[in-house]
Write a protein that binds this ligand. Structure first.
Ligand code: AHG
Ligand code: MN
Ligand code: MN
Length: 334
């Protein structure tokens, strides 16, 4: 079968449906897809290219960084910083915003990314990935500013993620549904595999790291206990699945349905995941796929970031499960 519906063709066809489009968005998405292909090769060959170890440094998150984290960061900084489309860039691996090499003044967009998500799984064959969020500058006539990253997720222009697994997948949305692509390694092109990914309204899988049970707050414990209880009417108990790579657990959730939780706990009131380049882009995808993503109090896309590395509790899934989780939160908190 000839792979005709490539990512580039699909994006151009989407652009044509938007009268005032300039083709810029398609060019920058193509730049991101190129970065994903390069990172995929790095991940696949890291084992024999000595790239699976640590750098010996600690990043702004206070986490030991892997060589692959920094390699992936470098690829995206080079590619996206020279694309001319982004005035400023934010990376999980960099303390502060980075000015693009080209286009600082007149570029329309800014981009934030998690260059390598799921790093704790590096060295195993468990899939890892990349996550990105794109905003338009708040003031198009000004140079890109730090505050261009502190917009609510409702202003996201495009967001998506890739997964470096048995297949290399690329999932994105520009606000008109969620589209899935698979890399055809023979031709090096991403080929459309799901034109519209829609999350099942009700699923059968819950995904959480139960190791945090002792430090969860009462509403979270109550919800997890109820999803594991025998209840024919509600269709519980659900099955438990947890990979420990957000991109993998989230991708399974939007395709199979159910709920993913990385909730707050007594040691981390605002959870572990980062709002700007993990929670917001995936919340955008979840809503575009017909689901929801909350922090336990409100929808993630209604949160205005206060700083580029702030953390946020992240609970995402089908409307049935998220509405149920929010009811338990409200009832238990009183
Ligand atoms: P990153 O590798 O970018 O730091 O992200 C790791 C995240 C995410 O991928 C995953 O869902 C979560 O860490 C797993 O956290 P726990 O080990 O606390 O379950
Ligand atoms: Mn991550
Ligand atoms: Mn990361």
């Amino acid at each position: 079968m000839i792979p005709t519906q490539t990512l580039a063709r699909f994006i151009h066809a989407q652009e044509k449906q938007v009268p005032q489009s300039t083709g810029e968005l398609s060019d920058l998405l193509t730049s991101i897809a190129l970065g994903v292909k390069i990172i995929a090769r790095l991940v696949q060959t890291a084992g024999f290219k000595g790239l699976q170890g640590y750098t010996g440094r600690v990043n702004v998150q206070g986490e030991k960084t892997h060589l692959l984290d920094e390699e992936a960061d470098q690829v995206l900084m080079e590619l996206l910083g020279s694309s001319g489309h982004f005035g400023l860039l934010v990376s999980e691996e960099r303390d502060s915003v980075v000015a693009a090499k080209e286009g600082r003044r007149d570029a329309k967009y800014v981009v934030a990314f998690d260059p390598l998500d799921g790093s704790s799984n590096i060295g195993t064959n468990i899939p890892v990935g990349t996550i990105f969020t794109i905003f338009r500058k708040v003031d198009p006539d000004k140079e890109a500013q730090h505050d261009d990253f502190l917009q609510k997720g409702r202003s996201i222009v495009a967001a998506g993620y890739s997964i470096y697994g048995a297949k290399v997948s690329f999932v994105y949305s520009c606000g008109a549904g969620v589209h899935g692509f698979t890399l055809d390694p023979d031709v090096g092109e991403f080929v459309l595999t799901e034109e519209k990914i829609v999350i099942p309204d009700k699923g059968k899988i819950y995904s959480v790291n139960e190791g945090y049970y002792p430090i969860w707050d009462e509403p979270t414990i109550k919800f997890i206990e109820s999803i594991k209880k025998e209840d024919e009417e509600r269709g519980t108990p659900y099955s438990g699945r947890y990979v420990g790579s957000l991109v993998s657990d989230f991708d399974r959730t939007i395709r199979k349905g159910g709920i993913f939780l990385h909730p707050a706990n007594k040691k981390r009131e605002r959870g572990k995941l980062r709002l700007l380049y993990e929670c917001m882009p995936l919340a955008f995808i979840a809503e575009q796929a017909g689901g929801r993503a909350v922090d336990g109090t409100c929808d993630i896309l209604d949160i205005k970031p206060q700083n580029i590395h702030e953390r946020c509790p992240f609970i995402a899934g089908g409307k049935y499960e998220i509405d149920w989780f929010m009811r338990v939160m409200a009832e238990t908190r009183g």
